[in-house]
Design a protein around this ligand. Structure first.
Ligand code: NAD
Length: 429
C-alpha cells in the first residue's frame, strides 16, 4: 500500500522503515529540513538497534523515501499517518499545536479520499478535533476518515516491537477504513483490535500510566526492602512468577523518565481532571518517582558528605539502555542535581553523549567507560546499559580515591561488591 508518515522521529522513522520492510511504499515527511537532508544522504539521525540497516535496505529497494513537503506526502499516498510530537505544557496538559498544524496541512493538500491515522499519543477526543479541523480546512470538501492507531513501541527495541507487536489497536468512527488498516498490518501477524476512536486513544494513555504505576510500585516496595534488610530483586522475581503480575517493569531504580511516561502520566491526570475525576492513584505514582530520585541523591550525600569539589564519575546519560534519547532522562537530572551541589562530573554513555551535550554542560565527557573513574571520589550508575556490567571493577577500584559506587540500576551483586571491598549502595537491597 502507499503510505505517508508525517513526523520522522523515533516513532515515524521506525514505523516508516518497518512498513517498507513488509512491502509497503512509504514516504516519510518531516518539516525539519536538516533532518530530511541527513536521511536523503543515507544518514540516520537517531540511534535505534537494527534501524540503520533497515532504512538503508528499503531506501535501496525504492520502497522508502524522505521529503520535507507535506503536500507531496499527501499526494503520493492513500493513508497518511501522523507521528509528530505531543509535548507537555507547564500545567501537564498536552501541547496539541503540532497535531493541529499537521491536520490543517493535510486538509489543504487533500484532493481525493484519504485515511488520516493518528499515531501520536493524544488525549481522548483528539480524533473528533482532527476530523473537524480537516473538514474546515479542506476547500475541495473531499471525503476522508480519521483513525486512531496508537503506537506502543519501546525505544531501544523499536524495530523489534514494530515488527512483532503484541497487538495493533485501530480506533474508527465508521467501518470504511477498517479493511485498509487491516491490510497495512496484515504482514505483521499480530492480534488486531478494532475499537471506537475514544477507546483507542484511552488505551494508550491507560497502558503507559499502568506501566509507570508498576515501576513506582516496585520502587515503593524497594523502600520497605531497604528498611527491612530484604532484597527487592528477589521480591520482584517472586512476584513476577505470578502470571497475573509478570516480571517486566518490576525493576527498582532511581526512577523512570524519558519522553513518554512522565508526559503521558501528567496528560492522563489532566484528562481525568477535565472530566471531573481526581486520578489520585496516578498522582501518587508521580510523587513516588520524584521521591525515588530524592532518596538516591540523599544516599550519595550521606556517604560523600559534602559534594562541593568532589569528583564523581557517572555511567549512563540516556533515559534507559539501547537508546541515545536523553529527553527527561533521570540520569541527566541526577547529573544536574549533583552539579548544583558543587560536584565535578566525568560522564560516559555508549550512545547518548552527542545528544547529552545539548542539555548537559560543564561536565567532562569521557569516551572510555573504564576511564570514567579516574581521579574520582565515587562512581554512579545511572542507566542500565548491559555494557556497564563489563566494567573493569579492579581498575575502577584503583582509580577511585576510595572504592565507592552508587548503583541506581542494581547492575551488580551487592554481596560480591562488598566482599571486594566496595562501599556499594544500590536500590532496595
Ligand atoms: P520525535 O520528536 O522523535 O519526532 C517527531 C518528529 O516530527 C520530529 O522529527 C519533528 O521534526 C517532526 N515534526 C514536527 N512537526 C511537524 C510537522 N508539522 N510536519 C512534519 N514533521 C513535523 O517524537 P517521537 O518520540 O517520535 O514521538 C512522536 C509521538 O509518538 C508522540 O506523540 C509520542 O508521545 C508518541 N510515542 C512515542 C514513543 C517513543 O518511544 N518515542 C512511543 C510511542 C508513542
Amino acid at each position: 500500500m502507499k503510505l505517508t508518515i508525517i513526523g520522522t522521529g523515533y516513532v515515524g522513522l521506525v514505523t516508516g522503515a518497518c512498513f517498507a520492510e513488509v512491502g509497503h511504499q512509504v514516504v516519510c515527511v518531516d518539516n525539519d529540513a536538516a533532518k530530511v537532508k541527513v536521511l536523503q544522504a543515507g544518514g540516520i539521525p537517531i540511534y535505534e538497534p537494527g534501524l540503520e540497516e533497515l532504512v538503508k535496505k528499503n531506501v535501496a529497494a525504492g520502497r522508502l523515501s524522505f521529503t520535507s513537503s507535506t503536500a507531496e506526502g499527501v499526494a503520493k499516498s492513500d493513508v497518511i499517518f501522523i507521528a509528530v510530537p505531543t509535548p507537555p505544557q507547564p500545567d501537564g496538559s498536552v501541547d496539541m499545536s503540532f497535531i493541529e498544524k499537521v491536520a490543517r496541512e493535510i486538509a489543504s493538500a487533500m484532493t481525493a479520499y484519504k485515511i488520516v491515522v493518528d499515531k501520536s499519543t493524544v488525549p481522548v477526543k483528539t480524533g473528533d478535533q482532527v476530523a473537524e479541523t480537516i473538514k474546515r480546512y479542506n476547500k475541495a470538501k473531499v471525503e476522508f476518515d480519521v483513525v486512531s492507531n496508537p503506537e506502543f513501541l519501546r525505544e531501544g527495541f523499536a524495530v523489534e516491537d514494530l515488527m512483532k507487536p503484541d497487538r495493533v489497536v485501530i480506533g474508527v468512527r465508521s467501518q470504511r477504513p477498517v479493511a485498509a488498516m487491516k491490510e497495512i498490518y496484515e504482514p505483521f501477524n499480530a492480534p488486531i483490535i478494532v475499537t471506537d476512536i475514544n477507546s483507542a486513544e484511552l488505551i494508550k494513555h491507560a497502558s503507559n500510566s499502568f506501566l509507570a504505576l508498576k515501576i513506582s510500585y516496585i520502587n515503593a516496595v524497594s523502600v520497605l526492602c531497604e528498611a527491612a534488610g530484604a532484597n527487592v530483586q528477589e521480591v520482584a522475581a517472586g512476584m513476577g512468577m505470578d502470571a497475573r503480575i509478570g516480571r517486566r517493569f518490576l525493576n527498582a531504580s532511581l526512577g523512570f523518565g524519558g519522553s513518554c511516561f512522565p508526559k503521558d502520566l501528567s496528560a492522563f491526570v489532566k484528562i481525568a481532571e477535565q472530566v471531573g475525576y481526581d486520578f489520585r492513584l496516578l498522582k501518587e505514582v508521580q510523587s513516588i518517582n520524584v521521591e525515588q530520585m530524592n532518596r538516591f541523591v540523599k544516599k550519595i550525600t550521606e556517604i560523600l558528605w559534602v559534594l562541593k569539589d568532589k569528583n564523581i564519575g557517572v555511567l549512563g546519560l540516556a533515559f534507559k539502555q539501547n537508546t541515545d534519547d536523553v529527553r527527561q532522562s533521570p540520569a541527566i537530572e541526577l547529573c544536574q542535581r549533583l552539579q548544583k551541589e558543587g560536584a565535578r562530573l566525568r560522564v560516559h554513555d555508549p550512545k547518548a553523549m552527542e545528544k547529552a551535550r545539548t542539555v548537559l554542560s560543564g561536565v567532562t565527557y569521557v569516551d572510555d567507560m573504564n576511564a570514567v573513574a579516574d581521579g574520582c571520589d565515587a562512581l554512579v550508575i545511572a542507566t542500565e546499559w548491559d555494557e556497564f556490567k563489563q566494567l573493569d571493577l579492579e581498575r575502577a577500584r584503583r582509580a577511585l580515591s576510595h572504592p565507592i559506587m552508587f548503583d541506581g540500576r542494581n547492575l551488580f551483586d551487592a554481596a560480591e561488591m562488598e566482599k571486594a571491598g566496595w562501599i556499594y549502595k544500590s536500590i532496595g537491597r
